[in-house]
Ligand binder design. Structure first.
Ligand code: DQA
Length: 150
């Protein structure tokens, strides 16, 4: 039986659409969520799309994913650059992990060049704007398929 793909979003991403639109664009998170559901459905998957401003909540969702998700797409937002707790939580996950960023953090301030998540991610995508979300869902469907016995 297949589990959903978790799409997890960290702090301030609830403000997408109005937050620094010159960097993150003007599309709201609810629209991004719909893009993910649509792409997942077309590929025979289900997405569980979540956002929290709280590190501990994201850690708990990662724990839930240990038995409850076929893949994790995670935009940890600012926690990317600070959170050993998210790194340690992700170490317990057996499913593929895609680290996703709307912007390209490597073109930005030096503190954004460090990610605690990349070392445990299967893959990393950044700089595609919000269209990175459905792209990541599609890429995750491919990673899940590649793991299934023929
Ligand atoms: C972000 C990049 C992070 O550096 C930043 O703190 C965010 C969003 C992105 O999607 O581009 O909140 O993860």
């Amino acid at each position: 039986m297949s589990n959903p793909i978790f799409v997890l979003n960290g702090p301030n991403l609830n403000l997408l659409g109005t937050r620094e639109p010159h960097i993150y664009g003007s599309t709201r998170l609810a629209e991004v969520e719909q893009m993910c559901h649509d792409r997942a459905r077309a590929l025979g998957h289900v997405v569980s799309f979540r956002q929290s401003n709280y590190e501990g909540q994201i850690v708990e969702w990662i724990h839930e994913a240990i038995d409850g998700a076929d893949g994790i797409v995670i935009n940890p937002a600012a926690l990317t650059h600070t959170s050993v707790a998210i790194l340690d939580a992700l170490k317990n996950v057996k499913c593929p992990i895609i680290e996703l960023h709307i912007s390209n953090p490597h073109q930005r301030e030096a503190f954004r060049h460090v990610s605690y998540v990349t070392p445990v991610a299967t893959a990393m995508m950044c700089g595609f704007g919000v269209t990175g979300y459905p792209l990541a869902v599609e890429a995750m469907a491919g990673l899940i398929k590649a793991r299934r016995p023929a």
